[in-house]
Ligand binder design. Structure first.
Ligand SMILES: NC(=O)c1ccc[n+]([C@@H]2O[C@H](COP(=O)([O-])OP(=O)(O)OC[C@H]3O[C@@H](n4cnc5c(N)ncnc54)[C@H](O)[C@@H]3O)[C@@H](O)[C@H]2O)c1
Length: 275
């Protein structure tokens, strides 16, 4: 069995877990990858989930798969950088489920380029989607989160927020800003009982990764990860859902790296941890 199959084959004991039972979650970027897996793990743990994505069809597919499997979910089309879309998504959440307890922000964009060559349009879009949107989304949800006694926000940043890499362009700088924004939100909104944390994935096997890395680059990255493989979306989802749940009730303003040890492995050509 391949190493990633081991991670993928972890069973989600559908609806028998209850980490977020009775809570309502809005998942931005819920139509694919980490956001999709997080939507499903939230539902499996008893939350009602609003799957929000800029792309309508993926959001609808994820919501219908959750409902098919016995969970509660609706889909909304929402561009995280558009205040109108956010307002409509929140209004639909309240109209359907009556409250909002959890906000997950997994929407993100990446435009690989050197700093010398990256276009200012791509730079600005990176900051608009990866940073500005987190602020707009967070403060738009705040009035509802304040009313919850289990309020939590989890943003998804990246290891790139703390380290440079070739052709990173605006991605790392924008994720660094998101990590800083998360701390600022957490400290300002602690008095409202709203916990805010950020998860930084290492390299996770998702559609985003596959569209940005050749198989050779993915294999090279895999060799540098102490656990000897890329992560899978379900592993990120479990980390995110833990932080979003009352099980993490004393954790706020933290960055959690979910990366197979990559962030702690300096100057490594190849790991043989699993051989
Ligand atoms: N996959 C990785 O290895 C990895 C590593 C580090 C960080 N991340 C971060 O994790 C998050 C999720 O990445 P993923 O790999 O699951 O990507 P993905 O492309 O599989 O999913 C991202 C989803 O966000 C949606 N989205 C993009 N822009 C949006 C917008 N403006 N408004 C609403 N939705 C939008 C997309 O339609 C897509 O469904 C991103 O923030 C990414 O930067 C991923």
């Amino acid at each position: 069995m391949a190493k990633s199959d081991v991670a993928n084959s972890r069973s989600i004991d559908w609806m028998s877990n209850s980490l977020v039972k009775g809570l309502v979650a809005l998942v931005a970027g819920g139509g694919s990858g980490i956001g999709e897996a997080t939507s499903k793990v939230l539902a499996a743990n008893g939350a009602s989930v609003v799957v929000a994505d800029r792309r309508k069809e993926p959001a609808e597919r994820v919501a219908s798969e959750i409902v098919r499997d016995g969970g509660a979910a609706i889909a909304v089309t929402m561009d995280v950088s558009a205040q109108n879309d956010i307002d409509s998504a929140i209004a639909e959440t309240i109209a359907t489920y009556g409250k909002l307890d959890i906000l997950i922000n997994s929407a993100g964009v990446i435009f690989p380029a050197s700093l010398e060559d990256c276009s200012l349009d791509d730079w600005r879009t990176s900051f608009l989607v990866n940073v500005d949107a987190a602020l707009i989304l967070g403060r738009s949800c705040l009035p509802h989160l304040r009313k919850s006694n289990a309020a939590a926000i989890v943003n998804i940043a990246s290891l790139a927020g703390g380290r440079g890499y070739p052709n990173g362009g605006a991605y790392g700088p924008s994720k660094a800003a998101l990590i800083s924004l998360t701390r600022q939100m957490a400290l300002e909104w602690a008095k409202d009982g709203v916990r805010v944390n950020v998860v930084s994935p290492g390299t996770i096997d998702t559609p985003l990764t596959r569209s940005n890395m050749t198989p050779a680059v993915m294999a090279d990255r895999e060799a540098k990860i102490p656990l000897g493989r890329l992560g899978v979306a379900g592993e990120l989802a479990d980390t995110v859902v833990f932080l979003a749940s009352p099980a993490a009730s004393f954790i706020t303003a933290q960055e959690v790296n979910c990366d197979g040890g990559l962030s702690q492995a300096l100057m490594v050509q190849k790991f043989y941890a699993n051989k």
